[in-house]
Ligand binder design. Structure first.
Ligand SMILES: NC(=O)C1=CN([C@@H]2O[C@H](COP(=O)(O)OP(=O)(O)OC[C@H]3O[C@@H](n4cnc5c(N)ncnc54)[C@H](O)[C@@H]3O)[C@@H](O)[C@H]2O)C=CC1
Ligand SMILES: CC(=O)C(=O)O
Ligand SMILES: [Mg+2]
Length: 489
């Protein structure tokens, strides 16, 4: 496992350095000794025997940042002029903007794009509502809807604070699948209100991606919207995560010579992700599952099950898992498990407990931004390790799923994203890694692998067609893909 710091802090430090031989080397050593990793060094100016340089450095936290600037300042003949946090800089003014597809240079352009010409298009759609897919952004646009209640592992941080993540999802939709996604953060947590608002917004969109809405409200919201809307509704934290987890498990099982039906699995965190991961693993043949919530392992003998205070989804969980009624915290119930799936929060699993797993343990510690157990601590005990982060190998992140699954669903104008489409997506992601290339640190394709989203889209579209989920008049959907292909060159 690499021991490089995470790129959570990426800094550009502007430093004035005496222009003498060896000075840059001394500054570089000071940064390294303070825990930083140098990314780039650019010369800004040389004047009066002083060189001004921009040094880009990665570090893991604020104290390391302070240590780096102090260490540079302590080198004789240097002065720190400025420090820029590159992550904040990237977010200045937000991460996305709209562009017009049509030139607007003449009266003629204007009278087609807007009034009077546009009125004929409006009337055509008024006569046939379906034409919205042909003549508006609907066919290629997805709403990324959040109420800010379960943002990464940061919890209920509110709609404004959720926006950078939702903008990020929109960037990923566009980058990987050519889908135009728009972030919408709602100032309500009331399921009735959320359902009503999303339904009212639906005419604009070809799909709804629910994001970072906490359990158990997320289950009801998704079910109601999926039943009431004729466009795909997909809660990414549930199903995107489940699809990618299954993809990684298919390959980890192959690598370690196991069958899914023989595996024992511990899932920690029974919210949106944990429940959906459990369901997809059950559909894929896994039968022995134990789930832990913040009170410990769930089973039908637990006091909150017996006194009726457990919520319905956890009651279902208690009734379909943990027949042995294992009791305790995640570290207490891990004995003999083949796989640990963490979708809860940072440092929930003590590393030493992993020693009690079955032979060739597989650990997917997927909480963001920090995993249940760090790869460094887990390394002595596990054979296959994955996290949700990009700074370690084996990144299990729903970005491998949601762009492609919506691409496929929009292309065939599917009304729903079915279980079959999710399974097809999982298999497509798994198959990107050729069997003879599987390794402990390569069970899942990189999120930058440009083959992933098209492969997922094709598998999802094919599954929708063969299951009769593709819209009867789907030619326009296919055309949308062609345009994306043309635009992408
Ligand atoms: N790598 C990936 O692609 C994804 C990772 N996640 C991560 O999974 C975590 C959960 O996300 P969601 O399910 O969307 O949130 P959620 O709020 O719906 O569920 C979180 C659940 O974890 C439980 N939990 C918290 N601390 C716990 C503990 N110490 N032991 C056992 N359970 C505990 C909570 O009670 C809650 O039920 C977050 O950290 C999130 O970033 C979520 C989706 C995708
Ligand atoms: C990746 C993601 O969707 C999450 O951590 O919530
Ligand atoms: Mg999420």
């Amino acid at each position: 496992m690499p021991s490089t710091p995470s790129a959570q802090f990426s800094l550009t430090i502007r430093v004035e350095i005496a222009d003498r031989p060896g000075m840059l080397g001394r500054v570089a050593t000071a940064i390294g000794d303070a825990g930083g990793t140098i990314g780039a060094v650019d010369l800004v100016a040389i004047e009066d025997g002083l060189a001004v340089r921009d040094i880009t450095a990665l570090c893991s936290d604020q104290s390391e940042w302070d240590g780096i600037t102090a260490a540079i300042a302590a080198v004789d003949g240097t002065r720190v002029l400025d420090t820029t946090d590159r992550t904040f800089q990237m977010h200045l003014g937000g991460k996305i903007e709209l562009h017009s597809k049509s030139p607007l240079k003449t009266r003629d352009d204007l009278s087609m794009a807007y009034t009077p010409g546009v009125a004929r298009v409006c009337k055509a759609i008024h006569e046939d509502r379906d034409k919205a897919f042909q003549y508006t952004i609907k066919r290629n646009t997805v709403a990324v809807v959040s109420d800010g209640t379960a943002v990464l592992g940061l919890g209920d941080i509110g709609p404004e604070a959720a926006m950078p993540v939702m903008e990020g999802k929109a960037v990923l939709f566009k980058e990987f699948a050519g889908v135009d996604a728009f972030p919408i953060c709602l100032d309500t947590k009331d399921p009735d209100e959320i359902v009503a608002i999303v339904k009212a917004l639906a005419p604009t969109f070809g799909g709804i991606n629910l994001e970072d809405i906490s359990a158990p409200r997320c289950f009801e919201i998704e079910d109601r919207l999926a039943a009431e809307l004729d466009i795909p509704v997909f809660h990414d934290d549930q199903h995107g995560t489940a699809v990618v987890t299954l993809a990684a498990l298919i390959n980890a099982a192959k690598l370690t010579g196991r069958e899914l039906r023989d595996m024992r699995v511990l899932v920690t965190g029974l919210g949106a992700a944990g429940v959906a991961v459990t369901k997809i693993l059950q559909s894929a043949g896994v039968t022995e599952i134990v789930g832990c919530d913040s009170k410990g392992a769930v089973h039908i003998g637990r006091p909150d099950y017996l006194d009726g205070s457990m919520n319905p989804i956890k009651r279902w969980y208690a009734e379909t898992t943990n027949p042995e009624r294992r009791e305790g915290r995640p570290g207490d119930v891990i004995d003999g498990m083949d796989l640990f799936v963490g979708v809860s929060g940072a440092r929930v699993m003590p590393a030493e407990a992993l020693a009690r797993m079955a032979k060739d343990p597989i650990v997917f510690a997927m909480a963001n931004p920090n995993p249940e157990v760090s790869p460094e601590e887990a390394a002595p005990y596990v054979r296959v390790m994955a996290t949700g982060r990009s700074d370690y190998p084996n990144q299990i992140n729903n970005v491998l799923c949601f762009p492609g699954i919506f691409r496929g669903a929009l292309d065939v104008r599917a009304n729903h994203i079915t279980e079959g489409m999710k399974m097809a997506a999982a298999r497509a992601i798994a198959e990107i890694v050729p069997e003879d290339e599987l390794r402990e640190d390569y069970i899942i394709p990189s999120v930058f692998n440009r083959d992933v989203a098209p492969a997922v889209a094709a598998a999802v579209a094919e599954q929708a067609r063969s299951a009769g989920e593709a819209h009867a008049h789907n030619e326009l959907g296919f055309a949308a893909t062609d345009e994306v292909r043309v635009a992408a060159g």
